[in-house]
Design a protein around this ligand. Sequence first.
Ligand code: NAD
Length: 325
Amino acid sequence: MQDGLLIVGEDLCQQLVGREQAFEAVQSVFGAMASGGAWNFPVVREALGYADALYGFKSGFDRDGQVLGVKSGGYWPGNADKGLTNHQSTVFLFDPDTGKLSALVGGNYLTAVRTAASSAVSIAHLARKDAKVLGMVGAGHQSTFQLRAAAEQRDFEKVVAWNPHPDMLPRLAAVADELGLEFQAVSQQELGAQADVIITITSAFEPLLKKEWIKPGTHLACMGTDTKGKMEVDPALVTVATVFTDEVAQSITIGEAQHAVGAGDLSAEDITQIGAVINGEHVGRSSDAEITLFDGTGVGLQDLAVASVAAQLADEAGLAQRITL
Ligand code: NAD
């Protein structure tokens, strides 16, 4: 990259970073995390005591990919009334050789594509090859990104969906229709009975799926639980599943596995980094009957990976503003 600070806004990110680029970037950094070539720094997340906001930093260094930076942002619940997204974030990238700020990249759209890429990577590596029915639990902002990315990983024929607020389901039905997939709104039990792959992407603090409802061979990508106290599925389901994650330290503290680990039914040693599967060091799914569960907690390196792609593509195309600090 040339000298100077590159500014890549939300519109440019949307224009330049598609699902395929996000998938490749996330898969690659997960692999680097497992081989020790990339690592995340401790996350800071604080209640501001102002505007009901949660604010924090996620940062890391990908030595293999030469990406250093931080995502700063959080959640402002009053934003929707102002016509703004409640989740707000910006990525700052630095030159790893000098520490000089190299790019400012809008993080809102990228957060959605990198989160969808994460579950898509898990489906690519862990779901049964013959999976036909995709189950969606959750119908909020992230859900349509999740559905689009997942739909590209297997030859799905149908989407079954359930959401605690059923009035939100039509947005998923519209995307399924656009993708040429049959859509059915179902009960939670029916979802478990039909789905070969299930994505959970809600803000739940209580289990939405019970162990008894899930059929053998299912792959679950639990994506909503990213904070202490949150929970989307029965801890007993986590205990019987073979558990994979983006980062074990987050999985056992803020991820879906926190409850099974807290109850003493699962330990950190039982959980495999998805990067080990990507790197060919772990077989991943070992039988057609095994239940696999990906605990997608969301790490800073995912944000930096996709922001770096956005900055590089914007730079190559000469589309981003460049200023001298
Ligand atoms: P959103 O506010 O647009 O949608 C929230 C979803 O959760 C909806 O389906 C809603 O019906 C459901 N919901 C709301 N309150 C609930 C409750 N008390 N119990 C059960 N369900 C409830 O949010 P979003 O942007 O779609 O994000 C969904 C979740 O994903 C959030 O919890 C967010 O923190 C999490 N998230 C995780 C990652 C990650 O990397 N793992 C990244 C981004 C967001």
